[in-house]
Design a binder for this molecule. Structure first.
Ligand SMILES: Cc1cc2nc3c(=O)[nH]c(=O)nc-3n(C[C@H](O)[C@H](O)[C@H](O)COP(=O)(O)OP(=O)(O)OC[C@H]3O[C@@H](n4cnc5c(N)ncnc54)[C@H](O)[C@@H]3O)c2cc1C
Length: 457
């Protein structure tokens, strides 16, 4: 019996698992095991819409058990990976024993974590946008700050409550800023003392541009739309600290200045300013991709925070181990072409790794990974988007519709697609729900070490 163990049930891990099932469905000599912390696949591109309440929380997650047929699934947190002994250990909880799983082949698909570039205070005080919990917390936070500001009479405290700063001008930051801005605009009517224009949303980016992967024309369209809708954009502005109230900034330009959009202009330009800090009680951190702590502490080579793999997606030092998705990068010495850490690439990695495992078990030669970029799209708030596909660039409502159709088709499960489609359409007729359900805690500590009673499997 050959055991293939997959770690991580995100885009890469789930796709790899399903591909392997299709190759080995009738082969009882191959066992597939998947371990993931959550028992669902999360569709991250729609996280900002969960944060703004446009989509119901459970509609963007698909339970892994509804997708798999042959795979043995463990909902658990991985504690260590020992590629020398070929053993992965899992945490126990207060009511279940920890486990050690032996493997013949391993696929590491553990994704990434937010990168705070060593700023502990930012890590502690900022909101993030990578998990379903993050989206729920953020929605609760936005409603809470409106509730608090409504009855706050001190103008400075009120101003700080009503300033939301989003750090990171990539996909996640722009989409989050756009969604939060729409959300606040829609719910302001419930708060009689808050004028929609009292609320300030800032988007902070360390480079001179937002949405760097897009054509300059589309990025400029997005920038103008965001500013038209009241969002202030700060460019060349790197965050240096955040204590929960004050966000300190440093310029990344030679002239030591930060560019700030001037929303008074019909077509916004940038004012050049020296800014050292902004006051905000809510900072959302979407900048930077960091390393999962398990990989950082492992024997795998992670020179720039991601596991270096060869063209077949194997870790050269441990040829029985493949690494795919956001946590992996092909050694630039082997392939110069760059593949950004996106869901598209994660799924393409997964297909190649599964194919190579099938060939390896059959004693055949493996194939090199390659991927041709099909295009990308982003939504930037109400009924507006930007998209480039096969060299064609579109913006506005058409791009927004393209985004919706494309991403809806990518959701796993017809029931989830239908539920999301209904959410979007109900949104046309009904007002936003501002109930705040205080059920989520910021940290969860249900995993603990119970080594003395660990189960070896
Ligand atoms: C807000 C947002 C918007 C995005 N929009 C887009 C977009 O529009 N288009 C696009 O292509 N990409 C987008 N991305 C990027 C995309 O989500 C990632 O590239 C993709 O998720 C990478 O897939 P992955 O399988 O490598 O990692 P993930 O999908 O992150 O999966 C990692 C899995 O590992 C599990 N895991 C991690 N640590 C442990 C552990 N210790 N124990 C057990 N399990 C563990 C996690 O629970 C998770 O299931 C977006 C990301 C975000 C955050």
């Amino acid at each position: 019996m050959t055991r293939i163990l997959i770690l991580g049930g995100g885009f890469a891990g789930t796709e790899c698992c399903l591909q392997l099932e299709s190759y080995f469905q009738n082969d009882s000599d191959v066992e597939i095991v998947l371990v993931s912390e959550d028992n669902f696949v999360l569709f991250t591109p729609m996280l900002p819409q969960v944060a703004s309440g446009t989509i119901e929380t459970r509609h963007i997650v698909t339970p892994i058990r509804t997708l798999i047929k042959k795979t043995k699934f463990y909902e658990d947190k991985i504690k260590t990976i020992d590629p020398q002994q070929k053993i992965v250990s899992l945490y126990g909880t207060h009511e279940k024993r920890g486990k050690r799983i032996h493997y013949d082949y391993l696929v590491v698909a553990l994704g990434s974590k937010p990168n705070f570039f060593g700023m502990k205070d930012v890590e502690q005080n900022a909101y993030t946008m990578t998990t379903i919990n993050d989206a729920i917390l953020l929605r609760n936070r936005i409603i809470d700050l409106m509730e608090q500001a409504e009855n706050e009479t001190d103008p400075i405290l009120r101003k700080n409550l009503l300033h939301v700063a989003v750090v990171g001008g990539g996909f996640a930051g722009v989409e989050t800023a756009g969604e939060i801005n729409d959300f606040i605009a829609d719910i302001a009517e419930y708060y009689p003392t808050i004028n929609r224009h009292n609320v300030k949303i800032s988007l902070i980016e360390a480079t001179p541009k937002i949405l760097i992967g897009f054509s300059p024309k589309l990025a400029a369209f997005a920038k103008n739309k965001l500013v038209d809708r009241g969002i202030t954009i700060f460019l060349n502005a790197a965050v240096t600290s955040y204590d929960g109230k004050e966000l300190t900034l440093k310029s990344t330009s030679k002239s030591n200045t930060i560019l700030v959009t001037n929303s008074d202009h019909k077509h916004p330009n940038y004012d050049v300013q020296k800014i050292d800090s902004l006051d905000s009680n809510t900072v959302i951190w979407t900048a930077g991709i960091g390393t999962n702590e398990i990989l950082r502490d492992s024997l795998f080579p992670t020179p720039k925070g991601r596991i270096h793999v060869n063209e077949f997606l194997q870790i050269p030092e441990f040829p029985d181990v493949f690494a795919i998705g956001d946590c992996a990068v092909i050694d630039p010495e082997i392939i110069k072409k760059k593949f950004p850490p996106t869901a598209q690439v994660a799924e393409a990695h997964a297909k190649t790794a599964a194919h190579n495992l099938m060939r390896l078990l059959g004693g055949q030669e493996m194939t090199s990974f390659d991927y041709s970029w099909k295009g990308q799209s982003a939504i930037i708030g109400k009924r507006t988007g930007i998209a480039s596909f096969f060299g064609i660039h579109v913006s506005g409502f058409l791009a927004f519709t393209l985004w919706r159709n494309l991403y809806l088709s990518k959701i796993r499960g017809w029931d989830k697609r239908l539920r999301i489609w209904i959410d979007w359409n109900l949104d046309l007729f009904f007002k936003r729900d501002i109930s705040r359900l205080k059920t989520m805690k910021k940290t969860s500590s249900d995993f603990k070490e119970l080594d003395e009673v660990d189960d070896v499997w």
